[in-house]
Design a protein around this ligand. Structure first.
Ligand code: MLT
Length: 333
């Protein structure tokens, strides 16, 4: 534990400067203002510089990871971030009483009754975190709800892009998102964030994997991946979401890989300094060819993971420890 008033602690406090985020729960990128983004990223950059530095900012607060779907990156980074802020953490998930027929709301209100500060929720259904957020005192953070959104993934992706281009926005930058758009909550949050950052967004996928509502985000649709990647600044690959029945939307994974998988030749169509991103987990040689996945110098996939830890630490400090004293009010049902 760092001593009181150490230079690192002081510099974090100065960076924050008594600022608060505008939201008490985080269910969608729609809740995040441009001002929030600046604040989250200012602090995340400091935490990234200090790596696993442990600080007592959230001491006495508890965090529960309620993951009803599998996770590696998101759950581990929320848990480590909370611990590095001196929070107590525990997990409920695949083995909890939901298996015995308890509803999400009863399970989460049970956890809430233990006076926890933050509950991180991942479900296979869309809309669950938003519904639960209206019935808890604890702040709810959506860690991925079905096909809908995964806001902290988009936040870490935004930081990765902005820092690579050393900019405060993505004006004039083209981001090509390739893959299973239809079933991707990563897409749902990323496209909202990219629009806030003024990026030009191209989407490339088999026609059956592009939902009708994709157009409402003002993206350019492509069924030919080469055309979509040509001249792009960022190539963002998505996994085929087999667990959501995605295999039924393509002839086979082999054909998908042949038509849409990111290969050396395809990545070379992007700008010379373009970067390759992916939220993970990668299905090697299906969505991204193995040689590119993490070792290629254009791949920023592990940088995304590192930024994920920093962004989540910033969020937990901001949500769990407010200067304005705002608290949630809710009605028991
Ligand atoms: C998620 O949405 O859980 C992941 O971050 C992305 C994926 O599973 O493909």
């Amino acid at each position: 534990m760092d001593p009181e008033n150490s230079p690192k602690k002081q510099s974090l406090i100065e960076t924050r400067g008594c600022r608060d985020v505008s939201f008490l729960d985080l269910c969608s990128i729609d809740q995040v203002t441009k001002k929030d983004l600046v604040l989250i990223y200012d602090i995340a950059r400091k935490f990234r510089e200090y790596k696993t530095y442990k600080i007592n900012f959230n001491k006495g607060n508890s965090l529960v990871n309620a993951f009803f779907e599998s996770s590696t990156r998101t759950m581990a980074s929320f848990d480590l971030s909370a611990k590095q802020l001196s929070m107590d953490t525990t997990a409920v998930g695949s083995n909890c009483s939901i298996k015995k027929g308890e509803s999400y709301i009863d399970t989460i209100q049970t956890v809430d009754a233990m006076n926890v500060k933050v509950i991180i929720i991942r479900t296979k259904e869309s809309g669950v975190p938003e519904m639960l957020a209206r019935h808890t005192s604890a702040s709810i953070i959506n860690a991925g709800d079905g096909w809908h959104e995964h806001p902290t993934q988009a936040l870490l992706d935004g930081l990765t892009m902005l820092d690579y281009f050393n900019s405060t926005n993505l004006k004039g930058r083209t981001v090509t998102i390739v893959g299973d758009i239809m079933h991707s909550r990563v897409f749902g949050s990323l496209v909202r964030l990219l629009k806030k950052l003024d990026a030009t967004v191209r989407v490339a996928a088999p026609e059956t994997m592009i939902p009708k509502h994709a157009n409402k985000f003002g993206v350019n649709l492509y069924y030919n991946v080469e055309e979509a990647i040509r001249g792009a600044d960022i190539v963002y690959a998505l996994r085929v979401q087999k667990e959501r029945g995605a295999n039924g939307f393509i002839p086979s994974l082999r054909e998908y890989s042949k038509m849409f998988g990111i290969s050396r030749a395809r990545l070379d169509l992007a700008k010379k300094n373009a970067i390759l991103m992916h939220p993970g987990p990668i299905t090697r040689d299906i969505d991204v060819h193995s040689a590119l996945s993490v070792v290629d110098k254009q791949s920023h996939i592990l940088q995304q993971v590192e930024n994920g830890a920093s962004v989540r630490k910033a969020l937990l400090w901001l949500i769990g420890n407010r200067y304005d004293g705002k608290v949630k009010s809710y009605k028991k049902i």
